[in-house]
Write a protein that binds this ligand. Structure first.
Ligand code: SAM
Length: 222
């Protein structure tokens, strides 16, 4: 495992990707700046490196994917991360989304269900200079030991909104989660207001790998 070089060519391709995201409606300067800074190609297998700056999801092994940059940017915008926010990410995967959250100044707690990806990303991210708090386990139940959080982001498609996650939000806290069936999910932003009231907002359709685990689709999506 090693960190690949970041060349002028890669930086140029990142500028192109940021332009595409702006054309698709991403506006928050901090989010665009993070995507401009983080070398996405280092998360890719050698065979796929040439595709790293396309606005597409790609396989990262274990049947999982690194999310499409537009999806990462869209979910991150919905979260409105402020420096110092305590953010729980469910579905560490490649670690790319964690890096974006860290660039925005968040303290990131990230949990991954798949042991191989957990081990790989836990070793790889610090080599790039990024240090979230890594956890292995079923994030469909959140991470109660470190709750409450300012923000929770779920990067896999859930069948319903797990109530455990709502219970782990601070008052004023925000959960961003895709909810739907095995192929298509709608993006929701749920804000926990005073008196445990919830504000639920609905956005576009996306297509995520399934959220596994007790409050997801179970042990396997099949
Ligand atoms: N945020 C990731 C990134 O930047 O690469 C996206 C990864 S992928 C779209 C979703 C990830 O969620 C997969 O790595 C998958 O193993 C993980 N996952 C699925 N169910 C989970 C669960 N119950 N708890 C934690 N992680 C889960």
């Amino acid at each position: 495992m090693y960190v690949q070089e970041d060349t002028y060519r890669h930086k140029g391709m990142r500028k192109g990707l940021v332009r595409i995201l702006q054309e698709k409606g991403i506006t928050q300067p901090q989010v665009l700046q993070a995507i401009l800074k983080i070398p996405r190609h280092v998360f890719f297998d050698n065979a796929l490196v040439e595709h790293a700056y396309q606005d597409k999801a790609f396989p990262i092994g274990e049947g999982q994917t690194i999310s499409q940059p537009y999806t990462v940017a869209f979910q991150t915008e919905l979260l409105h991360v402020r420096p110092g926010d305590k953010v729980l990410e469910i579905g560490t995967g490649s670690g790319y989304q964690s890096c974006v959250l860290l660039e925005l100044g968040a303290e990131v707690f990230t949990i991954e269900y798949n042991q191989v990806l957990y081990e790989r990303t836990r070793k790889f991210l610090p080599m790039m200079g990024y240090q979230p708090h890594f956890f292995h386990g079923d994030g469909s139940k959140g991470l109660p030991a470190h709750a409450p959080y300012d923000k929770i982001i779920v990067t896999a498609g859930a069948p319903t909104v797990p109530s455990d996650l709502l219970g782990q939000l601070k008052e004023g806290g925000v959960l961003v989660i895709p909810v739907g069936n095995n192929t298509t999910q709608k993006m929701f932003r749920i804000t926990r207001l005073a008196d445990k009231k919830l504000l639920k907002e609905e956005f576009d359709n996306f297509s995520f790998v399934p959220l596994l685990g007790d409050k997801g689709w179970g042990k396997s999506a099949k």
